[in-house]
Design a protein around this ligand. Structure first.
Ligand code: 13P
Ligand code: SF4
Length: 309
């Protein structure tokens, strides 16, 4: 199957982009593996005719918004996102309407329709810098992740108005189990994604996007890390630092040691092969929404470029 995927990719001039939360085999065969920002940047720049986005639906949508004339495939279209689902477009549009004069900043984990009523999109890699780029007296409405919003408020000193959404995976981490792990591994750094709840963030040594966490594990002269984000990223962490130990932070409600996003894991090698072979399922977006949604994404890419992100 691996050889066939490689052959089809070449034959069809397709590029395979994968998020760090995909299974290791998908990450290994992808042309590029990255976080949400990197996936958008690569999609915007690729010369391929077909983009196979191994991630969740909103990531495929972001690629399609940026490249409306390309074919964008996601191996399993049911790969949704609880955070994007926590922000229905009609309710968010109403929220925006009730707050005239506010600048609307949306996390990339949103539907195209939410992006269409947004002034600028952010990811966890650039959210702080983009919020900082607005004058201090700007009224900002931030959605949909209340945890990321609270974290950005705390590191920027802002008081952004927050939409009350969350990611079911990142909200699941158990503070108690993390502290028990820390007793077991006293030398380990606790590294955490900002979609986690505040008590987890407070006990963390480092907070950052998936790519920032990965970079931190490479750069820091430490041997052990307790990783409080989706455990898929540990695949790349181990590849980059084979001499280091990565301990997945456990969720609250199960006996499992690690925390996986069930949506992300809907994509499999077999579905990747089939979607390349049959060129389906394909992401499609209403033209009117695409035209509106592309502006806040391009604005994010432009600022990220200026910031060197
Ligand atoms: P990043 O890839 O931007 O770190 O976001 C994490 C996430 O939850 C993706 O859905
Ligand atoms: Fe969405 Fe959370 Fe899964 Fe990321 S980990 S895709 S935010 S449900």
């Amino acid at each position: 199957m691996k050889e066939e995927i490689k052959r089809l990719r070449k034959e069809k001039n397709a590029v395979i982009l994968a998020h760090y939360y995909q299974t290791g085999d998908i990450q290994d065969i992808a042309d590029f593996v990255g976080d949400s920002l990197a996936l958008a940047q690569w999609a915007a720049e690729t010369a391929a005719d077909i983009i196979v986005l191994c991630g969740v639906h909103f990531m495929g949508e972001t690629a399609k918004i940026l490249c409306p004339d390309k074919k964008v495939l996601v191996p399993d279209l049911n790969a949704g996102c609880s955070l994007a689902d926590s922000c229905p477009a009609d309710k968010f549009t109403e929220f925006v309407r009730r707050h005239p004069g506010y600048t609307v900043i949306s996390y990339v984990n949103t539907t195209a329709a939410v992006k269409a009523v947004t002034d600028i999109v952010v990811t966890s890699t650039n959210a702080k810098q983009i919020v900082d780029s607005f004058p201090e007296d700007t009224n900002i409405l931030f959605g949909p992740d209340r945890n990321l919003g609270n974290y950005i408020n705390s590191v920027t000193g802002r008081n952004m108005l927050l939409w009350d959404g969350a990611c079911h995976v990142h909200e699941q981490f158990s503070l108690e189990k993390i502290l028990t792990l820390k007793e077991q591994y006293p030398e380990a750094e606790i590294i955490t994604h900002p979609e986690c709840k505040q008590p987890i963030i407070q006990v963390s040594d480092f907070v950052g996007s998936t790519a920032a966490l990965l970079r931190h594990t490479i750069q820091l002269d430490k041997k052990q890390f307790i990783v409080a984000t989706e455990s898929g990223v540990i695949h790349e962490m181990k590849k980059k630092s084979p001499d280091k130990e990565f301990i997945p932070a456990p969720p609250n409600d199960s006996t499992c040691a690690c925390n996986e996003c069930s949506f992300m894991r809907l994509n499999t090698m077999e579905k990747l092969y089939n979607c390349l072979k049959y060129e389906t399922p394909e992401i499609s977006i209403d033209k009117e929404i695409q035209v509106k949604a592309v502006k806040p994404i391009l604005r994010m890419l432009e600022i990220s470029k200026q910031l060197g992100l």
